[in-house]
Ligand binder design. Structure first.
Ligand SMILES: NC(=O)c1ccc[n+]([C@@H]2O[C@H](COP(=O)([O-])OP(=O)(O)OC[C@H]3O[C@@H](n4cnc5c(N)ncnc54)[C@H](O)[C@@H]3O)[C@@H](O)[C@H]2O)c1
Length: 266
């Protein structure tokens, strides 16, 4: 075990994952935070999946509590914050990982209810968790909030609601970071590019009718750095840095983890 997050408590939302052979972003981050000494409050809509993450952390000697909540519902977010404080007494890191592209379409085909659901899950959820947790960080005089956005927010993207919701996450990050800075609370966003997680491959395979192997080959071919997608651990390692005191002078940033894909201009 390392000690880069020694003594810290981290809420990780979406700490379970879509089933599959690879690891999801939230699960990898929760595991890495725990390896560096943080106690984890693992939140997911699907309690079983959060419990699996906690079991993995427990096996490595870490501390993790699983909690069921839909983070797009205010009362459940309040319950999440209170339960974390009851369990651990403080919150140092709020890692907002929940996000979904499911049901997204282009502007002509997107159904109103899918637009609303994607906005609620991807964007409203982060406003709610920050509104609930930030006062406790302000009272402590410290804290790190990490919002998982996407390079879809700054690059061309075929689907509408996912891109717009993630662009909203970037703006939310900037707005909250400026208000929280005098209080010693840092707020940053990570923009993953093409990552080999079960959610991304399953979703794209369903949307395009391609086999998972084809989807993986197509995605690999779009990445400048060695022609290979990243994985959840690439997101987790940047998260670890931003959560730690090593990043004490860093706030209000939007950082891509994308193998150079967003650098391909023209
Ligand atoms: N995988 C990629 O290529 C990629 C690229 C860019 C950004 N991202 C972002 O990374 C994040 C995680 O992606 P992943 O691939 O690990 O996904 P994942 O589906 O494996 O994990 C997300 C978890 O969130 C949970 N969840 C969904 N809605 C919830 C809600 N309302 N309340 C509580 N929990 C909820 C799910 O049950 C799941 O366990 C998302 O924000 C996604 O947009 C992923």
């Amino acid at each position: 075990m390392g000690d880069r997050l020694k003594g810290k408590v981290a809420i990780v939302t979406g700490a379970g994952q879509t089933a599959g052979e690879t690891t999801g972003n939230g699960r990898a981050t929760a595991i890495l935070y725990a390896r560096e000494g943080a106690r984890i409050f693992a939140v997911d809509l699907r309690l079983e999946s959060a419990r699996e993450t906690c079991a993995m952390i427990g096996k490595e000697g870490g501390t993790c509590t699983a909690f069921a909540a839909d983070v797009s519902v205010k009362s459940q977010v309040r319950a999440m914050t209170e339960a974390c404080l009851a369990a651990y007494g403080r919150i140092d890191v709020l890692h907002n990982n929940v996000g979904t592209p499911t049901g997204d379409r282009n502007v002509l085909k997107l159904a109103e209810e899918d637009w609303q659901r994607i906005m609620d899950v991807n964007l409203k959820s982060m406003y709610l968790t920050i509104q609930s947790v930030l006062p406790h960080m302000v009272a402590q005089g410290s804290g790190s909030i990490i919002n998982i956005s996407s390079t879809a927010s700054i690059m061309s993207h075929p689907l509408l609601a996912y891109k717009v919701s993630k662009a909203g996450v970037n703006a939310l990050t900037h707005a909250v970071a400026m208000g929280a800075a005098p209080k010693g609370v840092r707020v940053n966003a990570i923009l993953p590019g093409l990552m080999n997680t079960p959610m991304a491959i399953t979703e794209q395979s369903r949307n395009t009718g391609k086999t998972p192997a084809q989807v993986i080959a197509d995605r690999d071919a779009m990445v400048p750095l060695r022609g290979k997608m990243g994985d959840a651990w690439d997101v987790a390692y940047l998260s670890l840095f931003l959560a730690s005191e090593e990043a004490r002078f860093i706030t209000s940033t939007l950082i891509p983890v994308d193998g150079g894909q967003s650098g391909k201009i023209g």
